[in-house]
Design a protein around this ligand. Structure first.
Ligand code: FMN
Length: 176
């Protein structure tokens, strides 16, 4: 598959079959996250797979939506702010950037395997930290519900801003 076709194939999936993902396949998907680039190659992330009913129930409470409760497992992507690179000029912490790249690798890899995912950031982080008993340096940044979609995922035209609204050459519009 051309990479651009994979990008068009990945979309937010919010309806899942009940089947859990096999451990080997899950590790293949998480390997794509492990290989992501990061500032200074510090890799300030941990990927926590949640598939045990009791813990799943607690994670679902952090984002109480019917569709989210239908995901058979969730990957909790955590950032370690004690490990991430801080830019010396102004102290800017690059943890969230690194975690986002790893998360994107994971969602694209999942799509390449016919699996559905959706980024979820609108959750209560305290509830997730409590459910997973995370140490203070680990912060849950993204929840990725993941599973087999109820329909085959097809590439689609994305609702995105037009290219001339987001791309500029030397500060000038590409139409000039
Ligand atoms: C950082 C981030 C946070 C998001 N948080 C949520 C969320 O909390 N709940 C949700 O339903 N979708 C969430 N989304 C999904 C976006 O709504 C979705 O990616 C966007 O509308 C584009 O659609 P697409 O993923 O199908 O291309 C989030 C996406 C990103 C990148």
């Amino acid at each position: 598959m051309e990479f651009i076709d994979l990008i068009k194939l990945r979309k937010s999936i919010r309806l899942f079959q009940k089947t859990k993902i096999d451990h080997k396949l899950m590790l293949e998907i998480l390997e794509a996250g492990r290989l992501a680039p990061s500032a200074c190659n510090y890799q300030p992330w941990k990927f926590v797979v949640v598939n045990e009913p009791l813990v799943l129930r607690q994670i679902r409470e952090s984002y109480p939506r019917d569709w989210f409760a239908g995901a058979p497992q969730v990957i909790v992507i955590c950032g370690d702010y004690s490990e991430s690179w801080k830019r010396p000029f102004d102290g800017k912490d690059h943890c969230d950037i690194d975690v986002s790249i790893a998360t994107d690798h994971i969602t694209l890899m999942a799509a390449s395997k016919g699996l559905g995912t959706c980024w979820v950031c609108n959750f209560n982080p305290e509830k997730v930290s409590e459910a997973l008993q995370l140490p203070a340096n680990l912060v849950p940044i993204v929840l990725i519900p993941i599973g087999y979609p109820t329909e085959t995922i097809k590439p689609e035209d994305k609702k995105r801003k037009p290219i001339d609204e987001v791309v500029f050459y030397n500060g000038y519009s590409i139409n000039d």
